[in-house]
Design a protein around this ligand. Structure first.
Ligand code: ATP
Ligand code: MG
Length: 393
């Protein structure tokens, strides 16, 4: 039996005249996610995109990959059959046998885009509903809240028969909202922040600060593993690993201890500004959440924001830790995030950080590092670029 996948593109419908170009980006992204599984055919038709797989493709794998493509509100596998009631009934009985045998209620919906089809939608529903009741006699019809909605679509050349829709990853197609640089640590929050902004259509560039030998090779591998998990949703992430040891040692040697973390954050921002600019990014992203630690109070965030040259997106800002954790479990970063490797933020941490720092005091602390601009320059030049991607993106 020939099967295709029908993709519903949700929010794109709101885009009016731009819809077609949004759909084109979505198709490009789907093609990229499926690239190594063969040559797929995509056909736009109203708010649906039909995806035809090449002969022999594993549709379970295809469906799983499409489930991670942003911009897809819902999708479903459908059987393709001839446009006559006899084949529609036969196909539905066979194709949906497993799905229908596990539930107790159903209803039939018909969409007739070929108006020449001899039966009207209510007649199709009646005829197919009756035939399914006869074959699966444990079933009852429930038009309000059915366990399974059997949908028949009568199109130009064929009819499609399908069961329930599967919820898609939602959001907007990656790349339709521009680029932004995410400051990524090995923690729980920043991969979630990266995912949340990618979901809004942002193409990610990642910046990670590493301070060997205070931070280890394993800590770095952990960050790359986290990015790989996020890239399963948003495609290749261009990643910069910035050598941060000298700067951190200078902070330790010259700045008052209570300002260590804030000065470090500001320098991270300054370096990220330059990388973001070089990479054509229009925003920075961090995993900060209000009040979570001393460097994330409203006063501390003002000190960091004042050196940012771009809007700073902090999608976790209003989330509790357990809410952030539930997203990290959903995107499968949690288990990696909790591996106990050090981050540059956890070396040289002050015992008593300021929770209400004054901008001028932080600036004064930072100015104790005499050759900071040269060090920032050297760190940017020394950054190593990698392209991080999961299988199939
Ligand atoms: P996370 O779980 O994201 O590490 P956290 O609660 O541990 O968050 P901090 O360590 O204070 O918070 O870091 C706050 C934010 O600063 C992170 O969410 C991330 O955006 C950025 N950040 C921290 N460490 C690094 C790093 N080594 N490289 C790049 N960005 C970092
Ligand atoms: Mg951290």
């Amino acid at each position: 039996m020939k099967e295709i996948i029908l993709v519903k593109n949700g929010e794109l419908v709101l885009k009016g005249l731009n819809r077609s170009s949004f759909e084109d980006v979505l198709i490009k992204n789907m093609r990229r996610h499926l690239e190594d599984l063969g040559e797929f055919k995509f056909t736009k038709s109203q708010s649906t995109i039909m995806v035809e797989a090449p002969e022999g493709a594993d549709l379970d794998e295809v469906a799983e990959r499409l489930g991670k493509v942003f911009g897809i509100a819902a999708y479903s596998r459908a059987a393709v059959c001839e446009k006559d009631m006899q084949s529609i009934v036969k196909t539905a009985r066979e194709y949906l046998a497993d799905e229908l045998s596990l539930v107790s209620t159903f209803k039939v919906e018909a969409k007739r885009s070929d108006k020449k089809f001899p039966l009207k939608s209510p007649e199709i529903c009646r005829e197919l509903g009756g035939a399914l009741l006869k074959k699966f006699n444990h079933l009852k019809v429930d038009v309000h809240n059915p366990d399974v909605t059997v949908t028949v679509e009568i199109r130009d050349t064929h009819a499609f028969v399908r069961g329930n829709n599967i919820k898609g990853a939602g959001g907007m197609p990656t790349g339709t909202s521009g680029r932004a640089a995410v400051l990524i640590s090995g923690g729980i929050d920043s991969p979630v922040a990266a995912y949340m902004m990618a979901k809004r259509g942002i193409e990610l560039v990642a910046v990670h600060f590493a301070s060997p030998p205070y931070t280890s090779e394993l800590a770095l591998i952990k960050v790359m593993d986290l990015l790989k998990k996020v890239s399963a949703y948003c495609g290749t992430i261009t990643t910069y690993v910035v050598p941060f040891t000298e700067i951190q040692e200078a902070i330790r040697d010259y700045c008052p201890e209570e300002y260590f973390t804030l000065v470090m954050r500001r320098i991270m921002m300054k370096i990220s500004n330059i990388i973001a600019e070089n990479q054509n990014c229009r925003a920075l992203i961090t995993g900060e959440s209000l009040g979570q630690v001393a460097s994330q109070t409203i006063y501390a965030l003002q000190c960091t924001d004042s050196v940012a040259k771009f809007p700073v997106f902090r999608p976790c800002i209003g989330m509790d830790k357990d809410e952030i954790i539930s997203v990290s479990r959903k995107i499968d970063t949690f288990e990696t995030s909790i591996q106990p490797y050090e981050d540059c933020c956890t070396v040289f941490t002050p015992k008593h950080p300021r929770t209400r720092p004054k901008p001028q005091d932080v600036e004064a602390a930072e100015s104790k590092i005499a050759n900071l601009d040269e060090m920032i320059d050297a760190a940017v030049k020394g950054a190593k670029r990698r392209f991080i991607k999961a299988a199939g993106v």
